[in-house]
Design a protein around this ligand. Structure first.
Ligand code: THU
Length: 160
């Protein structure tokens, strides 16, 4: 028997420790929460993607009375980028979320379904995605790509 383990690294930064590119993307994610249609959860999520040509593509969660028909902010942004900027790699994703009290104190991380789409987006782009997850008490930065948040991922290669 062989026992294996892995380590996940991340950083927590205060607002004034963010570099200007990360801050720009966080601000774009915060702004994107304004486009959220979330009357059922009352939870407005904004996502901002940075593409390798410098383009920023944003998205927000879009809910529906038939709950499963809605879509998270991350996939709204990812599919918009895939459609409008085909062939451009996604190099970073910022997320911000707010409820009736304001922005969440702790960062939120993408749900499992969004992680799966992020994994394939990253594989297609060939560049690791940097995660910048905003909370009022600190912003979480995850470098090194989607493997950190979705280890043992199923993907196209799994079928070979
Ligand atoms: N949501 C997102 O948009 N992104 C996440 O990372 C987590 C959850 C949305 C889905 C739903 O509209 C609301 O937040 C509550 O789950």
């Amino acid at each position: 028997m062989k026992k294996l383990s892995r380590t996940i690294n991340w950083s927590m930064l205060s607002q004034d420790e963010l570099d200007s590119k990360d801050l720009m993307l966080v601000n774009a994610a915060k702004e994107a929460t304004k486009g959220s249609w979330s009357p059922y959860s009352g939870f407005s999520v904004g996502a901002a993607l940075l593409l390798d040509d410098g383009t920023v593509v944003t998205g927000s969660n879009q809910e529906n009375a038939a709950y499963p028909s809605g879509l998270c902010a991350e996939r709204t942004a990812l599919f918009a980028a895939g459609h409008s900027h085909p062939g451009k790699a996604v190099t970073a994703l910022a997320i911000a979320a707010r409820n009736e009290k304001g922005y969440t104190a702790q960062p939120i991380t993408p749900c499992g379904a969004c992680r799966q789409v992020l994994a394939e987006t990253e594989q297609r782009g060939g560049k690791p995605i940097r995660y910048i997850l905003y909370g009022t008490e600190g912003t979480m930065i995850i470098e090194g790509g989607t493997d950190a948040i979705l280890p043992f991922c199923f993907g196209a290669d799994s079928m070979k």
